[in-house]
Write a protein that binds this ligand. Structure first.
Ligand code: AMP
Length: 259
């Protein structure tokens, strides 16, 4: 991978300098499977240090002090995983490591609903009912958001072959080929256990299993679509947060090296 100073051409709101990589630091509040502890991530998985020295990114990091990886080429990834697989957490690690914005369609919709924008009002009944928001709303929303970013981690989209085909066309039109489609693989029984332990009121076992079924029905054809394009990376995601993050970042590095 070639590295240079980081200046995302179409993301002016973000810092033009690489952000500091998480520094090893003991944090007593951080447990083994916690929500993210970015401070601990690199130290909790010793391989993080190895990763840093084994990539040419280290050259930039060394010369710039304790800086994050600065990419010359864009990183464009889709993140797929069941509820409770740690997508948000892993997206934060990738963002922290590569300085790439995390775009979550669920989050955008929740924000639009909260602000009661036209889009939010149109999407609200579907989101409240846990149904897919129609493509007539979703596709322009995603197109507009992607237009603003050269690099991105897209989470929550696509959820159907029709959305995947649309995304292919949009990215091809915008001349932004994907780097990778990463799936966080967690056994259903572990997801059920994790979500029950999280203890949210609406997380009964029955509801969790129903959400998992919807996830599999939606995600599997999408995964097959990207498998055909040789973009799919399966990341085992049953381990500890920093280990999963290490694997994910390593695979992304390899993909970038191959480009
Ligand atoms: P999430 O946070 O990804 O689980 O999304 C929350 C809700 O937003 C979903 O239950 C859907 O109602 C809606 N949503 C998010 N992404 C999409 C999408 N790609 N297509 C349709 N609806 C979506």
């Amino acid at each position: 991978m070639i590295v240079s100073s980081f200046a995302p051409p179409s993301a002016p709101a973000r810092s033009s300098a690489p952000r500091p990589l998480a520094q090893p630091q003991a944090n007593p509040a951080c447990g083994p499977n916690d929500e993210i502890c970015l401070s601990c991530a690199p130290s909790a998985a010793p391989n993080w240090k190895q990763l840093a020295v084994s990539t040419s990114a280290q050259a930039a990091a060394a010369s710039a002090g304790p800086a994050g990886v600065a990419l010359e080429q864009p990183l464009r990834m889709l993140l797929i995983g069941p509820p409770g697989s740690g997508k948000g957490t892993q997206a934060k690690i990738v963002d922290r490591f590569f300085d790439v914005p995390h775009i979550s369609t669920g989050q955008i919709l929740r924000q639009e609903i909260q602000q009661q924008t036209e889009l939010g009002k149109a999407a609200e009944p579907y989101v409240k009912a846990g149904q897919l928001v129609p493509d007539s709303i979703m596709l322009p929303m995603v197109d507009n958001r992607l237009e603003k970013e050269d690099s991105f981690i897209l989470d929550g989209f696509p959820r159907s072959i029709a959305q995947a085909q649309h995304l292919d066309q949009t990215l091809s039109r915008q001349n932004k080929p994907l780097t990778c489609v990463a799936t966080l693989d967690v056994n259903d029984e572990i997801v059920v256990k994790r979500l029950l332990e999280r203890g949210r009121e609406d997380d009964t076992e029955e509801i969790i299993r129903a959400r998992l079924k919807v996830y599999h029905d939606q995600a599997e054809p999408v995964m097959a679509h990207y498998q055909q394009q040789q973009l799919l990376e399966h990341i085992p995601a049953e381990g500890k947060v920093p280990e999963v993050g290490f694997n994910l970042v390593t695979r992304l590095n390899q993909r970038l090296d191959e480009n």
